[in-house]
Design a protein around this ligand. Sequence first.
Ligand code: URA
Ligand code: SF4
Length: 481
Amino acid sequence: MNRLVEAKILPTFESWRGTSRSLLQQQIEPAQILWNDGSMPMLPIADQTAHEPFFDSRNSTSPGIPPVPREFITQAQTVSYHRDPVRWPLLYRILFRLTHNEKNLLQITTDDDVHQFYEMEKNVRRDLHKMHAFVRFRRVSENGQDRYIAFHRPDHLIMPAAAPWFAKRFANMHWTILTPDASATWDTEDLTLGPGAARSPVSEDDLEDLWRTYYASIFNPARVKVKAMKKEMAVRHWPTLPETELIPRLLRSARTRVHSMVESSAPAPGIGVSALEFMPRTTELPVLREAIHQCHGCELYCHATQPVFGRGPENAALMFVGEQPGDQEDLAGLPFVGPAGQLFDEALATVGIDRSACYVTNSVKHFRFEVRGKRRIHSKPSARHVAACKPWLQAEINIVKPRMVVVLGSTAAAAILGPTIRILRDRGQVFRDNPIAPWIMPTIHPSALLRMPDPDQRALAHEQFLADLRTAAGELFRRSP
Ligand code: URA
Ligand code: SF4
């Protein structure tokens, strides 16, 4: 198979369209593309052989693309609101086929792709009708002004499509509609989209509470988040994002098999920019442990089973910080319980550190992974994820106040000591005078030990790991900072 290309898009039609145009111009076949709209990387659907895609240069007025039926664009936009992540590869497959000698494809309703396309379109339209019919506003008063609030749970991601209808229908009312994925607010002039409600209201009064919290966190101009929100809300400007220009350049620099296109510069509706906006002001670990279940600070919560908060006594002198939960940690809800955790436990036992006296946590609290067949394969969190999640780690450190923080691997090192740390160079060194903790020591991550193919190299690295742990323990138990 040809090299794979990761198409990172925002979960919007415009973003998909811009990226698809570029991909078509680059003659990238559907089966080569891993679509990633921030919710989950998509593997291409296997059945590409039935219509072996090819690029016919006579068919193209390159760099232009053969025209596609206007209805396709409208219908594809409707399909783009469907929740199923397969919509992106499906839409591209159809687009590719329409522009590669299957001009009349949309009339062949027995075709699997076409059938699925129309089914999805129908589901979204139905969902829109349902939303128009069922949303009921409740009147609340805010600074003497009437506001109308509603909560609705659509099946699909239809808020951007539904909101203009409400703006027209209830043009003279100030209203906000909350859904789990996104919210919309109309102030009789401007329509703005924002993140989803953190939870569902349990009663009418609760809806009001939920809206007030939401309102306070989002629309209070005293908070700096407004700028970020504006960025998030400017849905209609998304087509102008620079990703379409970047793609050809990235494709040319074909060094690796999988290319990363561009990190979305704006979060999708329903996803925040940092954990901060989901954190209660508290100094109680149990409160944070509970609250993190509502965190939408980045998109990783969408597919992980649960957040994995740190474990250990609140007064631990020694804290370990890993990267992110793995497959087993994600299922158990506990840090370092999988294969890396076992190695970690054994190493601690060898050097005489009691794990139950330590606080063990991660830089990123949700598992980031790619699906391969039935397996979930670890995928390293990006700097954006680490930054979004940092407030949780910072809060844990502030509460536990460890004397020594041992950072395991490069992600944790970057989170705590900054991006200039190199594990292989700096491991075993104790950093002082850092505001985070009196002593900080980076060392190799136990998973890295597990991955080393060469037994001699692995044995050596393991010895160094034990030596680093002894350094940490020695420092801690011999001296005070
Ligand atoms: N790797 C980590 O960094 N953390 C875990 O919790 C498990 C594996
Ligand atoms: Fe929030 Fe961190 Fe999970 Fe992102 S990874 S949703 S910031 S807890």
